[in-house]
Design a protein around this ligand. Structure first.
Ligand code: MG
Length: 162
């Protein structure tokens, strides 16, 4: 059996913060504001995975008021979510992530993100897609106020193998 999940996240930009996307630190004048490292790509991917397995959402497992999650690497969240996905009897078939931002340019960092996400999710890199688009100057992303990420995943029931 196959199941689809969708995830979405948006974080606000602030000058002088670290920008971490897909677990990769990207040099930029601004970073994203959040309780953890504010990695919108991983947050969207985790929510897509949890959604496909009907396990809830990321905030349920990693509260943004819990001091233990302050400044935490979202790559840890992805690792934990994959444990939950496998425990529920599913494996990741593929993930397709889209980043919406005016800046910085995503293309030079795309493959590093794919590699990191694949390692954390325990799948081959050819199963992970990262794409980017710009906001054409309108909306919070287009005006450079925020960055958002969307992700769609396909998971497959491991018990359905026979
Ligand atoms: Mg988030």
């Amino acid at each position: 059996m196959f199941r689809i999940g969708e995830g979405y996240d948006r974080h606000r930009f602030e000058a002088g913060r670290r920008l971490v996307l897909g677990g990769v630190e990207i040099p930029h004048t601004h970073g994203l504001v959040g309780h953890s490292d504010a990695d919108a790509v991983i947050h969207a991917l985790c929510d897509a995975l949890l959604g496909a397995c009907a396990l809830g959402d990321l905030g349920q497992f990693f509260s943004d008021t819990d001091p233990a999650n302050a400044g935490r690497s979202s790559s840890d969240f992805l690792k934990d979510v994959m444990v939950r996905v496998r425990a529920a009897g599913f494996e990741l078939v593929n993930a397709d992530c889209t980043i919406l931002t005016e800046a910085p340019r995503i293309a030079p960092h795309r493959d590093a993100m794919r590699e990191n996400l694949a390692v954390r999710a325990g799948v081959d890199v050819d199963r992970i897609s990262v794409k980017a688009t710009r906001g054409e100057g309108v909306g919070p992303e287009g005006e450079g106020l925020a960055l958002s990420a969307r992700c769609v995943v396909l998971v497959r029931s491991v018990e359905g193998d026979e």
